[in-house]
Design a protein around this ligand. Structure first.
Ligand SMILES: NC(=O)C1=CN([C@@H]2O[C@H](COP(=O)(O)OP(=O)(O)OC[C@H]3O[C@@H](n4cnc5c(N)ncnc54)[C@H](O)[C@@H]3O)[C@@H](O)[C@H]2O)C=CC1
Ligand SMILES: CC(=O)C(=O)O
Length: 546
């Protein structure tokens, strides 16, 4: 028997023009990559839905609380690197099971519990300290995201992925790119200005003594300091707040300022924000898991809209389906709103660009001497030195000089004094910068994405193998440029070094370097070193150097 309550579609054709004129389908996030469009799939049973939340800090907890209390899914998998705290939180949530619809709670510090999730929410990462901007978190959280995304995709290749970690728009762009061109467009999106819009609606409603749900309007653009209130389309009930062409007055401007300051204000009071973002995340999850096509401002690729050219992710009102962003509503902006949107896109792109351009290998790895090798662009240069080499992975245009190697006579102990203070272990790039500033390991790059510093005896082997020219950077530079088998040689020496010295004399300081995530020769070497280093760090705060 046919379903008697199918949606009535007889009037849809009357709205085709509206849809075409005012909305666009999701936009591929990288002009250079082909994109796979999302396909509609039948809806599953609601209680069969599974959501994974990665990151069980304050925001993760806020999300779980809201999701459980709104009966959004049948299974909730919680993941965090801190297993002990996670166990405590998961037990605490489980013990409230009598007060909501049944939800199976799983928790682990590995991703197998997330298998076959319908939706994955990523909240893991560093949060702002009082007074700190979201954008300042970019490098640290990008590195965390680079570790998380492959695991998420491995266990839930069909999940819709929601990014909450800050800076939310850039993290969403990075996650979308890491998901790869085969991942359907729109299936990775960010919580964006959903929260800012709620703050906006609430403040206007409080000022007018109304229900926030009667304030229809959006904050668009960045989830952060350069967010944009679209005053020209705010309606209260059905009434426009402003007349066409009317500019917002000082009170309205103050309302927006207050929206922008909300997070700073709350963080200065309690150290973090979590309940409202938890509620907005649950609201978004509900729309996706129920395939409601609700229009919510979330972060999606905006290239091509309002003359934005870069692969920037910003918030616009989007209809959400089970595949994430289904269509983007293109609001009619005033000239000044459009100019502000473009300025916002430009400033986000400036921060995103260095990470974005080095996120995926630009070319296929080359085969040489039976080893998969990084391209020259990937491995910008290796500075050989008596005791150390510094490998910078960054934007080629930023590397302008190639200096002489470390002055002979410097010892590991001396190097350690400069880069190895425990305080700097959390910020290896700063450590490397100190080396640069002190000319201990002179290199010519001042800006980069990731820095990998290796100290240790393998370098001795490296020198031996390469002969007396090893200390001549110019020669090495030429060798790298002309002879790919040189890299294979470095690789095999490093391998020996790792095996010979594992657990003893390597010191690795790394902001998870792009190289680490690649199946290229240097990556293969560095992963075991990294694992050793992490194990070592658990045992002692200050590793000894042999
Ligand atoms: N988009 C938005 O509207 C909002 C975003 N945020 C952002 O959410 C993020 C989390 O904030 P909080 O929960 O307050 O921070 P938090 O410090 O309380 O929690 C972060 C959690 O991430 C975990 N973590 C770190 N690395 C991990 C990894 N590789 N895998 C799994 N878990 C990992 C930590 O163990 C910790 O439990 C921050 O970036 C923050 O700025 C916060 C509020 C609103
Ligand atoms: C921290 C943050 O991004 C917020 O509460 O808006």
């Amino acid at each position: 028997m046919p379903n008697l309550v199918e949606p009535d579609t007889q009037f849809r054709e009357h709205f085709v023009d509206f849809r075409v004129a005012k909305t666009v389908n999701t936009i591929p996030y990288d002009a250079s990559l082909p994109q796979k469009p999302a396909k509609d799939t039948p809806l599953g049973n609601h209680s069969s839905k599974k959501v994974t939340i990665v990151g069980m800090g304050q925001v993760g907890l806020g999300c779980v609380c809201a999701i459980l209390n709104q009966d959004i899914c049948g299974t909730l998998a919680l993941i965090d690197i801190s297993a002990k705290k996670l166990e405590g939180e998961a037990k605490d949530f489980q013990q409230g099971s009598a007060f909501h619809q049944h939800t199976t709670i799983l928790a682990s510090d590995t991703y197998d519990v997330s298998e076959n999730s319908d939706m994955v929410v990523i909240t893991a990462g560093v949060a702002q300290q009082p007074g700190e901007s979201r954008l300042s978190l970019v490098d640290r959280n990008a590195n965390i995201l680079k570790k998380i995304m492959p695991e998420v995709l491995k266990y839930s290749p069909n999940a819709t992925i929601l990014i909450v970690s800050n800076p939310c728009d850039i993290m969403t762009a990075i996650a979308a790119k890491l998901a790869g061109p085969d991942f359907p467009q729109g299936k990775v999106f960010g919580a964006g200005t959903c929260l800012d819009t709620s703050r906006f609606q609430t403040l206007i409603a409080q000022s007018m003594d109304l229900d926030p749900k009667n304030v229809h309007g959006y904050i668009i653009g960045e989830h952060g300091d350069s967010s944009i209130p679209v005053w020209s389309s705010v309606r209260v009930g059905a009434l426009p707040l402003l007349e066409p062409g009317e500019e917002p007055n000082d009170t309205l401007k103050k309302i927006h300022k207050s929206v922008v300051n909300s997070a700073y204000d709350i963080i200065s009071l309690k150290g973090y924000t979590n309940w409202a973002i938890g509620m907005s995340t649950a609201y978004i999850c509900k729309a996706v898991l129920n395939d409601t096509r609700t229009i919510i401002p979330v972060s999606t690729c905006v290239r091509g809209l309002y003359d934005v050219e870069g692969d920037v992710f910003l918030s616009l009102p989007c209809s959400l389906s089970s595949h994430g962003v289904q269509r983007v509503a293109v609001l009619p902006l005033t000239d000044s709103e459009k100019a502000t949107f473009q300025k916002c896109a430009k400033s986000i792109w400036e921060v995103q660009k260095p990470i974005w351009e080095n996120l995926l290998p630009k070319s296929e790895p080359k085969e040489a001497g039976g080893t998969m090798l990084p391209s020259l662009q990937e491995l910008l240069f290796i500075v050989p030195a008596a005791w150390a080499y510094l490998c910078l992975v960054g934007s080629p245009s930023k590397v302008t000089h190639f200096y002489t190697p470390i002055v002979s006579g410097n010892s590991l102990a001396e190097a350690w004094e400069i880069v190895g203070s425990p305080a700097l272990l959390n910020s290896p790039f700063e450590a490397a910068q100190q080396c640069v500033q002190t000319d201990l390991i002179p290199v010519g790059a001042s800006e980069r994405q990731s820095v990998l510093v290796l100290f240790g005896p393998p370098f001795v082997a490296y020198e031996e193998e390469l002969g007396s020219d090893a200390g001549q950077p110019q020669l090495l530079h030429d060798a790298i440029a002309t002879d790919f088998s040189f890299l294979a040689k470095v690789d095999s020496i490093c391998r020996q070094g790792v095996e010979k010295t594992a657990g003893a004399s390597w010191l690795l300081l790394a902001e998870t370097c792009a190289v680490l995530n690649r199946s290229v020769s240097l990556g293969a070497v560095q992963v075991p070193v990294m694992a050793w280093w992490e194990a070592k760090m658990e045992q002692t705060a200050t590793p000894s150097i042999m």
